[in-house]
Design a protein around this ligand. Sequence first.
Ligand code: UDP
Length: 237
Amino acid sequence: MKKLDMLYEGKAKRVYKTEDENLYIIEYKDDATAQNGLKKGTIEQKGIMNNKIANHLFKILEEKGIKTHHERLLNDREVLVKRVDIIPLEVLVRNYAAGSLSKRLGIEEGVKLGVTVLEFCYKNDELGDPMINEYHIKAMNLANEAEVEKIKDMAFQINDYLTDYMKKKGIQLVDFKLEFGKTPSGEVILADEISPDTCRLWDEVTHEKLDKDRFRRDMGKVEEGYQEVVRRLLGEN
Ligand code: UDP
């Protein structure tokens, strides 16, 4: 499958058309940003590692019956995906307090939340991805009632599968972000990526961070964190 016109360039990925109007190619970059683009940098080999990790996790979710945009890995940095219209929502799933939730609510990082918390943010860089609720989603027509229900169901199921899977690999799934898309026939499926860029992944025992927080917080050993996730999830060095 050949890359044709570039449709979109984001912070960490490029999306291309292909000869098949229903398939796109995603190319993963090494660029990293944080604080809504304020902090910029490169994480060596990140594109390759995230492509591997996302591909692996999407395959596991597909086996569990979760529909995703994933088709097949093309090479180190490229994956073939189904064409979808991205629903402009960031769906955050939180098992433990961390990041913006800790700041907002004054709950120390690492505290287990009484229930899994779901949050929605409106995907809009100019506005800084503000947090919204289901009323805003409907008022702004970002998704209808049935779509919101489907997104919530899928998000909780994905959390159950991933939490369980990561635990077997010695990783604590603290929180993560999902994005969903609509196929041309109107079906809601999981899209975007699941990787250390979009998840908080801690060593289960030491609570060492193995994710993008190492970059966001200038902790050093950023590449090593991602590499460790590849090693644990895929058994590779
Ligand atoms: N997240 C993401 N993209 C975003 C915002 C958040 O992938 O634009 C992920 C982030 O990696 C974390 C989770 O969503 O795993 C919750 O993030 P939080 O709201 O705590 O944001 P942060 O502290 O990163 O600003």
